[in-house]
Design a protein around this ligand. Structure first.
Ligand code: ATP
Length: 236
């Protein structure tokens, strides 16, 4: 497992122009997510949760502060370097799986290797292994309209594992699912976090599943309450 935290934010502030002034979407946020640990991020609408994920994903540069992904200080990278880091080391899982309607489950995974510029015969077997791991062995040849909401989210998760992510950023993965399916998706994310040794930040509105994760941090008005992540949990 990596000696570096999967994600380290130090004094991160993100301002948006707002009328004549500025709005602080993130206000001096510091956070460490160890490899193999999973953090729940909760907070009211507009508190800055998506902004935190966007900064961690290197999609937005912060106004101030430091963002390190797997030990890489992202402020030292140009746009191309950030894109390479994101494609190679960051997995993104959103509420809506955004699968391509014409592709089968296994093709949804293989295409991500192509997008990374990797044309290798290993993509197919790896994609099938990952579908197996998320419980979709028999659904590899099905297209999105033939899958349930929970199965689509599992394809989405397997797709995010195709690179070798050090950091997994997950935004409301269960918002479209019933309670039982939601719980099994969160349990799967916890299991994969341990198994693959990446760090995970999961935004959730559902407090029921927070105890399944290692720690919880609350956001309010761009500020983060302390999130102490047990390294013991990360090393289980
Ligand atoms: N592109 C933008 N331009 C200007 N202001 C923005 C932009 N994106 C977000 N904001 C503002 O930044 C603040 C934080 O927004 P953010 O989307 O991060 O909150 P959130 O906690 O993810 O909300 P939700 O739970 O509704 O998704 C809000 O006040 C929002 O209006």
């Amino acid at each position: 497992m990596s000696v570096f935290p999967a994600l380290s934010l130090t004094g991160v502030t993100l301002e948006y122009p707002d009328g004549g002034g500025t709005l602080k979407a993130l206000d001096n946020v510091s956070l460490n997510v160890p490899a193999g640990g999973i953090l729940s991020l909760v907070g009211p609408s507009g508190s800055g949760k998506s902004s935190l994920l966007a900064v961690a994903a290197t999609l937005i540069r912060p106004t101030a502060g430091r963002v390190e992904v797997a030990g890489v200080d992202t402020s030292t990278l140009d746009d191309a370097g950030r894109t390479t880091l994101r494609r190679g080391r960051v997995g993104l899982i959103f509420q809506q799986p955004n699968l391509l309607p014409s592709l089968t489950a296994v093709e949804q995974l293989i295409i991500t290797d192509r997008l990374r510029g990797q044309r290798t015969s290993a993509s197919g077997p790896r994609a099938l292994d990952l579908l197996d791991l998320v419980g979709l062995t028999s659904a590899a040849d099905k297209r999105p309209h033939q899958l349930s909401g929970g199965q689509r989210q599992r394809v989405n998760i397997a797709r995010a594992l195709m690179g070798s992510p050090a950091l997994m950023l997950v935004d409301e993965p269960t918002a479209a699912l019933d309670h039982e399916r939601s719980e099994s998706i969160v349990k799967l994310l916890v299991h994969l976090t341990r198994e693959f040794g990446f760090g995970t930040v999961m935004v959730t509105h559902d407090m029921d599943f927070v105890p399944l994760t290692d720690a919880v941090a609350g956001m309010r008005d761009g500020r983060l309450s302390s999130a102490v992540m047990s390294s013991a949990a990360a090393q289980e």
